[in-house]
Design a protein around this ligand. Structure first.
Ligand code: AMP
Length: 564
């Protein structure tokens, strides 16, 4: 029975296992290591996961979903082909696929896994990940923070007993920075910061817009299909520019062909503002950990987009140290999780203090402040507990009445970093009655007590009367109970899984359908004809005929995807 490590990512997921004396990455049914975290449901209720599902984002958008990791821990649901899924269920479908691929690769059942989660995941999001594992039939005794996993893969356990390091993770859609400390065998997240709206995709999009502008075109004039195709091509151009000084492109808009070249030198200005945004979280995480760059002994890179030389150069400049990037940034987290799984089997697991020991977000109340000109500024987020404060914690602030003879004060509790209260996440509210008096005379003490289980108790005490109002905000409103888990398991088991030997042909067909939709005119017709030929070859159920047809169909489709 095997024990594996899993990186359950926003864009891609990957499993790895400790084999002999090294880590092996586990290939999926298509022989690839990265399985896109995308789920699609067909009309006959077959569930497709990975690359085949990703192709269907274009051809069957209402039956397909991606990026659901962002919904973990919320009560949002996604409907695919008329069937509703929770984020836990969608993640479970990805995990189930990884488990099946691992079992085929290892030739034995996989029952247990260590799954990685972002350092900033709160208790709710971590719990949702555990539920997903349970639904996929995996025992998960512990989760591992992604930066911890990366650090383990980079060999931090062999380094000196005491040190600080920083993990920079730039994925497709998010940027996370974690300042960590190693003390004996304990790896502790000291501070984390990030930008959940910034990732490699923004760099691609900025490059798309630059190329369009150079050709007197704009994103708005492109059809949906042209946008998808253009984006994919430019993503390829961006990858070429990570290796070479220049890259050529050719694209078609409205049946007209455009060609040109982009050079590395141009990128500094195209990406100037995005690169600038990357500096802020690094500085913030260092500041929150009360450290400077000179306290940091290693910089580790994670996430596909850290391959961009501009990102590596920027980190070298800010942190005055060359980042370690000798491990493939797409593989590093799964590798670390697999090493941790192996260590745990030998009862030697490295300690990993999870960030739920620290408040991942600031907590405060929405209130009005005097604007200094006789008026009031409404909706200010007055922070009571700062982010990255060690928990459990209890902190209080005082507030006074703002108007003469006001008889109640209303507080709204928010979580987040935005200066304006309503731009943050509202957690709850409470009101207290105060004796009528002149403005500023009545004072209320608001106390936030946050415990280790993510329970926030808010007390508002009127100092003159001692009257206290309390509200308890449980960070777990959408936790599934055992009955709900059994129900979800039954629902998932109704979905069919395609046999593994069909995976490659299904992926090829989905790619053909995507390219059919992305093209128009004669090209579309030719692709349609080839799809039909491939379908006919599969229908013969003759393995040799099908294999030959698949090879030819693949070569044919490649003609429409090349990046020059
Ligand atoms: P991840 O979520 O870690 O898989 O990262 C995906 C992001 O990495 C996407 O935005 C890709 O465009 C980007 N990426 C992958 N490979 C490269 C590369 N060679 N050069 C630049 N960016 C890359």
């Amino acid at each position: 029975m095997a024990f594996i490590g899993i990186d359950l990512g926003t864009t891609n997921s990957l499993a790895a296992v400790w084999h002999g004396d090294d880590v092996s990455l586990i290939p999926n049914g298509l022989g690839e290591f990265l399985t896109p975290s995308v789920v699609s449901v067909t009309n006959d209720q077959t569930v497709l996961v990975g690359r085949t599902a990703k192709e269907r984002l274009v051809s069957h958008p209402s039956a397909t979903t991606a990026r659901f990791k962002r919904l973990m821990g919320t009560s949002s649901t996604v409907t695919l082909n008329g069937k509703e899924f929770t984020p836990e269920e969608l993640s479970a479908l990805v995990l189930r696929q990884l488990k099946a691929d691992a079992e085929r690769f290892l030739g034995e059942p996989v029952t247990e896994a260590i799954i990685s989660v972002p350092a900033y995941f709160n208790d709710n999001q971590r719990n949702a990940t555990r539920v997903a594992a349970k639904l996929a039939g995996l025992k998960v005794e512990r989760l591992i923070n992604e930066p911890t996993a990366a650090a383990i893969a980079y060999g931090v356990r062999e380094e000196s007993d005491e040190m600080n390091f920083i993990v920079v993770d730039l994925g497709g859609g998010t940027f996370d920075v974690s300042v960590m400390e190693k003390f004996d065998d304990l790896l502790e997240v000291q501070a984390s910061a990030g930008d959940s709206e910034l990732g490699g995709e923004d760099f691609t999009q900025a490059l798309v817009e630059h190329i369009l502008q150079q050709n007197a075109l704009s994103w708005q004039v492109l059809s949906l299909q042209e946008r998808g195709r253009m984006y994919r091509q430019v993503d390829g151009v961006k990858a070429v520019l990570s290796e070479k000084e220049s890259a050529e492109f050719v694209f078609t808009v409205n049946e007209r062909e455009y060609t040109g070249q982009v050079t590395q030198a141009e990128l500094a200005s195209v990406w100037g503002s995005l690169l600038k945004r990357l500096t802020l979280p690094v500085e913030r995480a260092l500041r929150d950990a009360s450290l400077t760059h000179s306290d940091i002994s290693h910089v580790f890179m994670v996430g596909g987009a850290t391959r961009m030389p501009q990102v590596q150069q920027l980190m070298t400049r800010i942190l005055r140290r060359f980042p370690a990037c000798h491990i493939n940034p797409d593989h590093v987290v799964a590798m670390g999780a697999a090493i941790q799984a192996a260590l745990k089997q030998k009862n030697k697991a490295l300690g990993d203090v999870v960030l739920t020991d620290v408040m991942p977000f600031s907590l405060g109340v929405g209130c009005s402040n005097e604007d200094g000109q006789g008026g009031y500024l409404d909706d200010v987020h007055s922070i009571i507990i700062q982010r990255n404060t060690t928990i459990p914690v209890s902190r209080a602030s005082h507030y006074v009445t703002l108007r003469d003879y006001q008889d109640t004060i209303h507080f709204t509790v928010y979580q987040g970093e935005h200066r304006l209260a309503q731009q943050n996440i509202k957690l709850g509210e409470l009101s207290v009655s105060v004796p009528k008096a002149r403005a500023g005379e009545e004072q209320v003490e608001v106390r936030f007590t946050y415990d280790i289980n993510g329970l926030l108790e808010v007390n508002a005490k009127v100092l003159s009367t001692g009257v206290t109002e309390t509200v308890v905000i449980q960070n777990s409103e959408n936790r599934l109970n055992e009955d709900q888990i059994i129900e979800a398991l039954a629902r998932l088991s109704e979905l069919k899984i395609p046999p593994a030997e069909q995976a490659a042909n299904k992926a090829l067909m989905a790619r053909g359908e995507r390219l059919f939709i992305e093209h128009l005119g004669q090209v579309r017709k030719t692709i349609g004809d080839e799809i039909q030929l491939f379908e006919q070859a599969l229908a013969t159920q003759d393995a040799r005929v099908a294999e030959k047809a698949a090879r030819e169909f693949d070569a044919f489709l490649n003609k429409f995807e090349t990046v020059l």
